[in-house]
Write a protein that binds this ligand. Structure first.
Ligand code: IPM
Ligand code: MG
Length: 370
């Protein structure tokens, strides 16, 4: 029997409650498959700072180092709570970015998927949504402005100043482009390259490297699009996109917009892959305003488990079953209060009841042979 160690970083805010539902699904996957998951809980984020003095404590690093994959809930605190923590220890800068840097998880896959059963959540008109939306945003995750040299101080005129640099080298660019081209090859063979080469030199280099990498993928059509125009097109005609690739900051912003066209970031799981380690997380924040109320939808967390099954353990069919189970719960007319429009005729259930229904659906599906 195969056995894997999973680091479970439940995170802040709604993190623990949606992670609990993901763990229920993991337990069932163990029963249905010839596989064991050793779950290693570890503190990470704002609560870790208050309890252990660091938002990414040493013990958590050791657990992650030893794990075959990492499941991570959202992190972050309300603005007021964040102010109680030194700037560099705040969970985003003190935990999340160091996690990404530690394992060089440069390839971030953010599926933007709205199957028919979820179409009513979208704020877009039905004629724009059509048969549904199915895009993958491939975001470079360990370069650019997020990780460039930073400096704060007082300049010669006595004014406070800040300098943040957007840095990429050709290797960082080509490795993410290869990932995106390979994905486009497996899908519709169209790749939208999102950039800002009319202003940024970083985009000029990005596009030069793209022209070279593209030679290896003659069957993939590249469509060039400026990032500002892409923001508009995502609203007006999202169905023109299949795979979109972009640098770190553009990917942060456009993936939130993509969550918007689905109707909620709660529908956005993600995979963050590095050369030797991968971690899986919802693309959204920790929603401290609704934490502890048992109303957050666990879709993004359970979806992150499905992405782990595919990407870390090659369990493609079981991953498909997990997606189908979740979508089946929506198709039966259920949702959670955070993910429903009033009057949409949705039967409202709690976070844990949603997780239970996903488990029931998955139980009813044929097991995968082998
Ligand atoms: C995301 C988040 C993070 C990011 C934050 C929490 C640092 O917004 O994963 O998109 O900006 O990358
Ligand atoms: Mg973001």
């Amino acid at each position: 029997m195969k056995s894997y160690k999973l680091a479970i970083l439940a995170g802040d805010g709604i993190g623990p409650e949606i992670t609990r539902e993901a763990v229920k699904v993991l337990k069932l996957i163990e029963q249905r498959n010839d596989i064991r998951f050793e779950l290693l809980d570890a503190p990470f984020g704002g609560h870790a700072y208050f309890e252990h003095g660091h938002s990414f404590p040493e013990q958590t690093k050791a657990i992650c180092d030893a794990a075959d994959a990492i499941i991570k809930g959202p992190i972050g605190l309300s603005y007021e709570e964040s102010q109680k923590i030194p700037v560099d220890e705040q969970p985003e800068r003190g935990a999340l970015l160091p996690l990404r840097a530690r394992y060089q998880t440069y390839a971030n896959f953010r599926p933007v998927s709205l199957p028919k059963s979820l179409a009513h959540f979208s704020p877009l008109k039905p004629e724009i949504v059509g048969d549904g939306i199915d895009i993958v945003i491939v975001r470079e995750l360990v370069g650019g402005l997020y990780f460039g040299h930073k400096e704060v101080g007082v300049n010669q005129q006595g004014r406070r100043y800040v300098r943040e640099t957007l840095e990429y080298d050709e290797e960082q660019i080509s490795r993410i482009l290869h990932v995106a081209f390979k994905l486009a090859q497996r899908r519709k063979k169209v790749l939208h390259n999102i950039h800002k080469s009319n202003v940024l030199k970083s985009s000029v280099l990005w596009n030069e490297v793209l022209a070279e990498v593209a030679q290896d993928y003659p069957d993939v059509k590249v469509v060039q699009m400026l990032v500002d125009a892409a923001a508009t097109h995502l609203c007006l005609n999202p169905r023109q996109f299949d795979v979109m690739v972009m640098e770190n900051m553009f990917g942060d912003i456009l993936s939130d917009q993509a969550g918007g066209i689905l109707g909620s970031l709660g529908l956005m799981p993600s995979a963050c892959l590095g050369p030797d380690k991968a971690y899986y997380e919802p693309s959204h924040g920790s929603a401290p305003d609704i934490a502890g109320q048992n109303i957050a939808n666990p879709y993004s967390m359970i979806g992150s488990v499905a992405m782990m099954l595919e990407n870390s353990f090659g369990m493609f069919e079981e991953a498909r079953n997990v997606w189908d189970a979740m979508q089946g719960v929506f198709a039966d007319g259920y949702s959670t209060p955070d993910l429903s429009k009033p009057g949409a005729g949705v039967k409202m259930i709690s976070t844990d009841a949603f997780g239970d229904r996903v488990v029931e659906k998955l139980k009813a599906m044929p097991r995968v042979a082998g």
